[in-house]
Design a protein around this ligand. Structure first.
Ligand code: GLA
Length: 501
């Protein structure tokens, strides 16, 4: 009896606490509604709208986050007034949003913006767009470019929205004076945030940061370099700027008229309109438009490796395609990206490359050893080498990594094979066959302490006596008894070029 009574009391207290919690902001249904935030104005003057449509069950949150350039499912928890939300599709460990509810407003930090949301009104809507049927599939002819993986520089990793005409001109100067151009880094690529607005005829302008794109292209060309630009198949880029939805042919002609040499085409808001089964026809649309523009432009597909892109990339005229989400300047991110590159190896070859994202070398958050691993793995896997650092102020150490010609030669090898790991574990061995019949071999130490690595002639698929060179030490080394042993630092690499004598 006593037990039953106390059981009832517990149930009663629990119910009361439940009621109190439901009445407290952040608990019960406190966060469940459609929230609208009007963020900081973009470079083209537009004020971006963000909608967070939340459902709540106890402390559990779920819903959809939509910005101009993306739309994703979110999941998370509320604790008191605080809440955090993950985008499971992007990252299950790190919340995208951490925020709080105060005075009827929801505040959170998302990327570099602080957003303040109020309950959405009927006016807080994204413009309704006509659904454009994806075209039937056909083969877009190869444009003859990127016979070896593209090399150059891209503005995004370091500058993000802070790139402008002057930055690009001074970077082009530095590409020449630093020796980057002569080492093969010829593309100077402007990423997102150059876009202005569309006029009534759909013609796209540049924003105030790029007063004259044609003149900029002429300047970059006068330095013996090439100019790249950025757009996407959705109505908006990931940064919320106008992209090419319904304007593919018009935009391709515009780029050609400016003298553009390279287009990075980023899925972003196309995901709000199309499912992944439309990836191929939608990328084909811009492939056709580039071909029809009459100016050969390297076509870089940026859709984070979705929908088996490595299998159909060349069909849509693609010269390279991302195999991963965005890289950041950390060892974990860099290694995670190269691991995702592994299954795509059979599809790399002259004219069409798997892209584990741009380089972070010289951006300051990895050690020189780790950046040597980054450069080695990108070269072994025949990845595009797009530097993402400030070329104008690079240190001698950064230069020695980006400008190591013997390593660049591995990346640019004419055979165009992508290395695969032949041994996994703390010491990972990658082997890349080369045009001269030899191989490049890299042993990466993923562990926390230095380790002794042995490379055998047999695992390289070679026979008899071999010649070998250590590409970071810049010296010839000797295989004895069919093997070579060296100590590899933690988060370091041994990179050899080996050929039969
Ligand atoms: C996406 C791409 C990045 C960069 C940004 C720009 O996140 O993957 O490489 O282009 O968009 O908004």
């Amino acid at each position: 009896m006593g037990e039953r009574l106390s059981g009832r009391r517990v149930a009663l207290v629990a119910a009361l606490v439940g009621l109190m919690m439901a009445a407290m902001p952040g608990f019960g249904q406190g966060l469940a509604r459609r929230w609208a935030a009007h963020g900081k104005a973009l470079e083209n003057g537009e004020v971006p709208l963000t909608i967070l449509d939340l459902k709540q069950s106890g402390n559990e949150l779920s819903g959809k986050l939509t910005g101009l350039g993306y739309g994703v499912d979110v999941k998370g928890t509320a604790t008191g007034n605080h809440f955090e939300l993950f985008v499971p599709e992007w990252d299950q460990k790190k919340p995208l949003i951490v925020g709080e509810l105060a005075n009827g407003e929801l505040r959170w930090k998302q990327w570099s913006s602080e957003l303040v949301a109020k309950p959405a009104t009927a006016a807080d809507e994204f413009p309704k767009l006509e659904y454009l049927e994806p075209p039937a599939l056909h083969k877009v002819p190869y444009n003859g470019l990127a016979k070896t993986p593209p090399m150059g520089w891209n503005s995004w990793n370091l500058f993000a929205e802070k790139v402008d005409d002057k930055t690009v001109r001074t970077m082009a100067d530095a590409m020449v004076s630093s020796g980057m151009r002569d080492a093969g880094y010829v593309y100077v690529n402007i990423d997102d945030t150059w876009e202005g607005t569309r006029d009534a005829e759909g013609n796209l302008s540049t924003n105030h940061k790029f007063p004259d794109m044609k003149a900029l292209a002429e300047y970059v060309h006068s330095k013996g370099l090439k100019l790249g630009i950025y757009s996407g198949p959705g109505p908006r880029t990931c940064g919320g700027y106008p992209a090419s939805y319904g304007h593919e042919a018009q935009d391709a002609k515009l780029y050609a008229s400016w003298g553009i040499d390279y287009l990075k085409y980023d899925w972003c808001s196309a995901g709000n309109i199309y499912k992944n089964d439309a990836l191929q026809p939608i990328y084909q649309k811009m492939g056709d438009a580039l071909e029809a523009s009459g100016r050969p432009m390297v076509y870089s597909l940026c859709e984070y490796g979705m929908g088996g892109v490595e299998k159909w990339g060349p069909e849509v005229g693609g010269n390279l395609w991302r195999t991963t989400g965005d890289i950041s300047d950390t060892w974990e991110s860099m290694i995670a990206n190269i691991e995702k590159q592994v299954p795509t190896a059979p599809w790399a070859g002259p004219g069409h490359w798997n892209d584990p994202d741009m380089l972070e070398i010289g951006n300051g958050h990895m050690t020189p050893e780790e950046y040597r691993v980054h450069m080695s793995l990108w070269s072994l896997t025949a990845a595009p080498l797009l530097a993402g650092n400030d070329i104008r102020t690079m240190t001698e150490t950064t230069k020695s990594i980006l400008l190591n010609k013997e390593v660049i030669a591995i990346d640019q090898d004419a055979l165009g094979k992508q290395a695969s790991p032949v041994k996994k574990g703390e010491l990972e061995t990658w082997v890349k066959p080369l045009a001269d019949g030899g191989v490049a071999v890299g042993v990466v130490n993923l562990g926390a302490v230095a380790a002794s690595a042995t490379v055998t002639v047999a695992e390289l698929g070679l026979k008899g006596n071999v010649m070998a060179r250590d590409l970071w030490a810049h010296k010839d080394v000797k295989f004895g008894g069919g093997k070579y042993t060296a100590t590899v630092a933690s988060h370091g690499v041994l990179l050899l070029r080996v050929s039969a004598k």
